[in-house]
Write a protein that binds this ligand. Structure first.
Ligand SMILES: C[S@@+](CC[C@H](N)C(=O)[O-])C[C@H]1O[C@@H](n2cnc3c(N)ncnc32)[C@H](O)[C@@H]1O
Length: 199
């Protein structure tokens, strides 16, 4: 079990690149239908992606369970209607009365223990409006062959992604982004899922 707070306190944060996900920047150029907001960024870390979305006039909430990450996120200048909340995205109590029009997820699904994937998808469905979209970066091949393959990040196959998401979501689209952080080229996959409207 990863102690995320300890990782931030000790500076052991290799995922922290100091800027928003290149895949999000690319996505924003072609996908603008984030609904009326607010948009949720689960596992937002220092909030670089939160601020990019907010700078486009979108109301955004970033949630993370590591206080140190949020302390640092709040040190950045406000760019729009962004806010940060300390909380566990999986906690049903955190989800009470939350309705987001969309979710942007950047290596949160791939960071959590794979045994928590069903909880993750249920939480995402639980706080999205019907028809709301979840877009995110997933790792299909996080490691080179022979590399120490202990996650996080934990890779996931497309087949397994569909298995986890299909009770609540339909997959609309997916692609390997043209731009990625150095070292992540060709390893990331952007998925677009829409929450099913259930009768
Ligand atoms: C690999 S980091 C990615 C952070 C950020 N998205 C980024 O790319 O810089 C995963 C983040 O998810 C957070 N996290 C893990 N499980 C969580 C949960 N159940 N609820 C909220 N945040 C969680 C961690 O504290 C950590 O900040």
């Amino acid at each position: 079990m990863v102690d995320w707070e300890l990782r931030y306190q000790s500076g052991d944060t290799p995922w922290e690149k100091g800027s928003a996900s290149p895949a999000l920047i690319e996505l924003l150029e072609k996908f603008r239908d984030w609904g009326l907001g607010p948009v949720l960024v689960p596992g937002c870390g220092l909030g670089h992606d939160v601020r990019v979305l907010a700078s486009m006039g979108i109301s955004v909430v970033g949630v993370d369970l590591a206080p140190s990450a949020l302390d640092r996120a709040r040190e950045f200048q406000h760019v729009g209607a962004e806010s940060y909340e300390l909380g566990n995205f999986f906690d049903p109590k955190w989800q009470v009365d939350r309705q987001f029009s969309a979710i942007w997820e950047h290596t949160c699904f791939c960071a959590i223990d794979p045994s928590d994937r069903a909880r993750y998808v249920a939480a995402a469905a639980g706080c999205l409006v019907d028809g709301g979209v979840l877009a995110g970066v997933f790792f299909l091949t996080p490691f080179d062959p022979g590399e120490d393959a202990t996650g996080p990040p934990f890779g996931v196959s497309l087949e397994d992604l569909d298995k986890w998401f299909s009770p609540w979501f339909e997959r609309l689209d997916g692609w390997v982004p043209a731009a990625a952080y150095p070292g992540r080229e060709g390893r990331e996959w952007v998925g677009l899922f829409r929450k099913l409207v259930k009768a």
